[in-house]
Design a protein around this ligand. Structure first.
Ligand code: PMP
Length: 429
């Protein structure tokens, strides 16, 4: 595979950006070679600067549920753009997108648009603290919630202890109020509540943890969270930046039929432009400025071009049968790959939910917490290379999940499954 143009562009980018990139995972540190510089995307495909064409399963790490440059999304962006890009004043598009969402979502009455998933989660944590008057938050090992200081926290030693900062520059006193426990561990949860319930503002979880592999939780565990939060007046915060509009229109909350108190969204909500959002019931959202005392603002929040992209994208997602169709095509693809791996006895399988899948190299049926993930990424590295050589692009880290879009048709997925099989045969046999 020719990569000389990407290599040259990477050399240049290294002069300007740490690691040559503007977000770390893009740097291909976990896999071989220079990162591919992408020139364009159309439908399920992307093309790099060396004119290589790939079936794209990264989909910008999730936003492109309709594939790249979906005609309605493209057109709505262009039409809106011709009227200008940003005014620092309200536009009707913000209410249009909010109505499209809230009218179909039983969990939130009001919302606020921001510009990224990180901003959504950070703001919603402030809201949880402001609303409850409590400072501590509880999160789970293996869940990623963006890069706000109080969430860059690893589990400390022992159960239900305070976490340790996972990044230089995050002072220990900032993470002192973050408690970290393992996923899918009711004992640790109960212990944390015994010790800290009176000080807890919220429990935050990715209900479908998808940032350290796909650590699917049992519904009973999520229900237990709901129960224990309700019993202790602690807010349950579902971070649905990945799962929102991905596994169902109203995300994992709808998929599992469990009601959170606060929700954050990102990625799909903006049709590929920078948008995030958080929402809750009216009595909670009333605490947000200017109605209430919790300050939160943004120069580009509710940006009209981004709203236009989101409106066009979510209009398609809201069609009847959209999510069933997504899941069915993904399942067929996954089953085909997994049958081959099983037949050949490879220690590999795809784990899936909705239109998300993950390349798992250990016993996937038991993986429910981050501590169980095999840290040896050598097989992923080899498979990633073998897939690129067969024109299939997955994110350049074994901890990232893959995404199937509306325009990854059955035929394209059949082809992709064949390429996965060929790549597996090369790497594992
Ligand atoms: N929460 C979750 C669950 C995420 O997956 C991400 C990003 N992958 C974020 C928050 C942060 O979103 P952003 O990268 O848009 O800041």
């Amino acid at each position: 595979m020719k990569r000389s143009n990407s290599e040259k562009l990477y050399e240049k980018a290294l002069e300007f950006f740490p690691g040559g990139v503007n977000s770390p995972v893009r740097a291909f540190k976990a896999v071989e070679g220079a990162p591919l510089f992408i020139k364009k995307g159309k439908g399920p495909y992307i093309w790099d600067e060396d004119e290589n064409q790939f079936i794209d399963f990264c989909c910008s790490f999730g936003p492109h549920i309709l594939g790249h440059n979906y005609p309605d999304v493209h057109q709505n962006i262009v039409d809106t753009l011709s009227n200008g890009t940003s005014f620092g004043a309200p536009t009707k598009l913000e209410s249009e997108l909010a109505e499209l969402i809230i009218s179909r979502n039983p969990y939130i009455d009001k919302m606020r648009f921001v510009s990224s998933g990180t901003e959504a989660v950070m703001s919603a944590i402030r809201l949880a603290r402001g609303y409850t008057g409590r400072n501590k938050i509880l999160k789970f090992e293996g869940c990623y919630h963006g890069h706000a200081d109080s969430l860059l926290v690893n589990a400390g030693s022992g159960l239900a202890t305070f976490g340790e900062s996972s990044s230089a520059g995050v002072p220990e006193n900032v993470v002192q109020d973050t408690i970290v426990i393992p996923l899918n561990d009711i004992e640790a949860l109960e212990l944390a509540f015994e010790k800290h319930a009176d000080d807890l503002a919220c429990v935050i979880i990715e209900p479908i943890p998808a940032n350290n592999g796909l650590l699917l939780q049992e519904r009973s565990f999520l229900l237990k969270l709901r129960e224990i939060c309700t019993a202790n007046n602690v807010l349950l915060f579902f971070d649905e930046v990945i799962s929102g509009f991905r596994v169902a229109f109203s995300g994992a909350a709808e998929y599992y039929d469990i009601e959170p108190d606060i929700v954050s969204y990102g990625k799909i909500i903006g049709g590929g432009l920078p948008v995030g959002a958080y929402g809750a019931k009216k009595h909670i959202m009333q605490s947000v400025s200017p109605d209430g005392p919790v300050y939160q603002a943004g120069t580009l929040s509710g940006n009209p071009v981004a709203m236009a992209a989101g409106i066009a994208q979510l209009t398609v997602c809201s069609q009847p049968g959209f999510y069933e169709d997504q899941e069915e095509r993904t399942q067929t693809f996954v089953n085909s790959v997994n049958a081959h791996a099983k037949e050949k006895g490879y220690d590999f399988s795809l784990v899936t939910i909705g239109s998300i899948f993950w390349l798992a190299f250990s016993d996937s049926t038991t993986i429910r917490s981050a501590s169980q993930i095999d840290a040896d990424m050598t097989p992923f590295k080899k498979l990633h290379k073998a897939l690129l050589e067969r024109n299939v692009y997955v994110g350049p880290s074994g901890y990232e999940v893959g995404f199937v879009s509306y325009v990854h048709t059955k035929e394209i997925l059949e082809n992709a499954a064949q390429q996965f099989k060929n790549a597996m045969d090369e790497v594992f046999s």
